[in-house]
Design a protein around this ligand. Structure first.
Ligand code: ADE
Length: 225
């Protein structure tokens, strides 16, 4: 997979790609992530990429021309499955969306900043709009980092044990069961004895029951589907 990220603030986005699973995925060439700054595509002397909104109002709007030039150049180099705009009024990110997007070959992610982008960018270039929740961030960068993490970890071969992505919370509409590690007893707080019994089928059954109970208690809405 190749992910091209268009952002005015690449620094806001770098560290999530420089550690842990995502870093390993990049090093293992499972994914390539390339940043693009609209300032590199502006014709203006002062590298202007934003301007005041027509009709007045507070805040600045990202201009269409640098974004158009950047996207057009990328599209001339390869074809893209999706051009995604991170925005609080997009479809709310969930596991099915992450699963679907993890199967794409090439995607562009556009991060808005300030008041957002000129609506014509959304109307003419964007194929999908994604939100990470009903709250407003300063820009799409942190949302893009969350979205990228959620899809990169699902690319086959990225997680050591492929089944570990399948047992995540929200896969199969169930929350994950509780997990424990050594020591089995800590300050008198014991690990459920079934987990140290060595009885694998019984452990599996216990995990399924726990996942169901947890979901029923914390997210009963998931069981309604
Ligand atoms: N940009 C600003 N807020 C956002 C959000 N909640 N999700 C996605 N992009 C955003």
């Amino acid at each position: 997979m190749r992910i091209d990220i268009i952002t005015l603030f690449p620094k806001l986005l770098q560290s999530p790609f420089e550690a842990s699973i995502v870093k390993r995925a990049i090093e293992g060439e499972k994914v390539e992530v390339v940043f693009h700054d609209p300032r590199d595509y502006t014709v203006s002397k002062y590298k202007q990429v934003d301007d005041a909104p027509f009709g007045g109002g507070a805040g600045m709007v990202m201009m269409i021309e640098p974004i158009d030039k950047c996207i057009t150049k990328l599209k001339a180099e390869r074809s893209y499955d999706e051009i995604i705009y991170m925005t609080p009024d997009g479809d709310q990110l969930n596991q099915p969306i992450a699963n679907e997007c993890s199967l794409k070959e090439n995607i562009i992610i556009l991060c808005g900043h300030y008041k957002g982008v000129d609506q014509r960018v959304r109307d003419h270039f964007i194929t999908r709009e994604i939100s990470i929740g009903d709250f407003v961030l300063s820009g799409g960068e942190l949302a893009a980092a969350v979205f990228c993490d959620s899809i990169i970890r699902l690319i086959p071969g990225v997680l050591g044990n492929e089944s570990s992505a399948l047992s995540d919370s929200y896969q199969d509409n169930l929350l994950a069961p509780p997990i424990y590690t050594r020591p089995a007893s800590y300050k008198g707080w014991e690990v459920p004895p079934i987990l140290t019994s060595g009885n694998t089928p019984a452990v599996e059954l216990w995990r399924e029951e726990q996942a169901f109970e947890r979901t029923q208690k914390l997210r009963p809405d998931l069981l309604e589907d």
